[in-house]
Design a protein around this ligand. Sequence first.
Ligand SMILES: [Zn+2]
Length: 146
Amino acid sequence: MRIVVYENDEASFMFSLSDVMNQLQERSEKGVQEATELKNALSLSAAQVITVDCDYLGFVILNLLKEGKGSVHCKVCGKAYLSSELRSVPIGSGRKTITIDNTGECKKGIIKRLFDREKRMTTMMGGEKYICPNGHGVLWAMTGIE
Ligand SMILES: [Zn+2]
């Protein structure tokens, strides 16, 4: 199986190329330019393991995690987990319980920065973070960005 790898400060994410391509295809058909560009770039690669350094992949990752696809290597644990082993916890405004244990931690990360940028364009009501079974944050996302 050919795989796509994406890395942020906290973790690296691995997904099958076909799962990523399906997600990109869907978004490309909706006219998302970044999806089309990334899809084209991936289809040109002949590598078995494709490392992607593109912020847009963050959107794709979020959807794949929701579907329980792929795996994550937590850098703090030094271990790999299936995406189904991760837990999603709500963060941000609009919730009475804020479950962030370390707010400074949430300012880091490529994906968080990516979603911060999107935040200016839409109305946001908080978000979620994905944590490994030992409670380390691996991915942050704001909700309501479609
Ligand atoms: Zn961990």
